[in-house]
Design a protein around this ligand. Sequence first.
Ligand SMILES: CC(C)(COP(=O)(O)OP(=O)(O)OC[C@H]1O[C@@H](n2cnc3c(N)ncnc32)[C@H](O)[C@@H]1OP(=O)(O)O)[C@@H](O)C(=O)NCCC(=O)NCCS
Length: 139
Amino acid sequence: MNISFTDVIPDVETYHDLRASVDWAVFCKEQSEKALKNSCYCVVAKDGDNAVAMGRVVGDGMYYTIVDVIVRPQYQGQKIGSSIVNRLVDQINAGIPDGGRTCIQLIAAPGKEGFYIKQGFSVLPDESSGPALRKVIYT
Ligand SMILES: CC(C)(COP(=O)(O)OP(=O)(O)OC[C@H]1O[C@@H](n2cnc3c(N)ncnc32)[C@H](O)[C@@H]1OP(=O)(O)O)[C@@H](O)C(=O)NCCC(=O)NCCS
């Protein structure tokens, strides 16, 4: 197995296929295309020509959110997910100006918080922040 990592935005079919591979819902194509295009950073891992994993970042230069970290089940447990997260964090880090402060946030899937803790994230609430909250809207 020869895994390569590239900083590209996947096409919507690949994105939907990767989401489906981990039993995540797939939503409307138009929204997915717009979301992918608006990514600040995106990494795709390939085995040959086959996309086997991805992750992406959305944000504004001060606050970033890591989303869509997906490794196909048969490729999990081989450091691909952590390589993607670290590559995304390195790219964010490279764009931070001196004297800046940047927050990288994410919502872990159930049972996946340990994976992110190993990559240096801390679970909220902590000593300086309250709990994370969100509202989801279905249309
Ligand atoms: C979560 C996911 C991205 C991890 O990717 P992966 O390539 O299997 O993980 P890695 O091999 O890079 O693991 C890196 C480290 O995290 C650990 N780890 C992986 N999953 C973990 C979990 N659920 N809980 C605790 N630790 C975990 C590994 O044991 C490894 O530890 P080590 O460095 O001490 O050896 C992958 O399992 C996945 O795609 N799951 C389905 C989709 C999903 O839930 N994505 C995350 C959404 S928030």
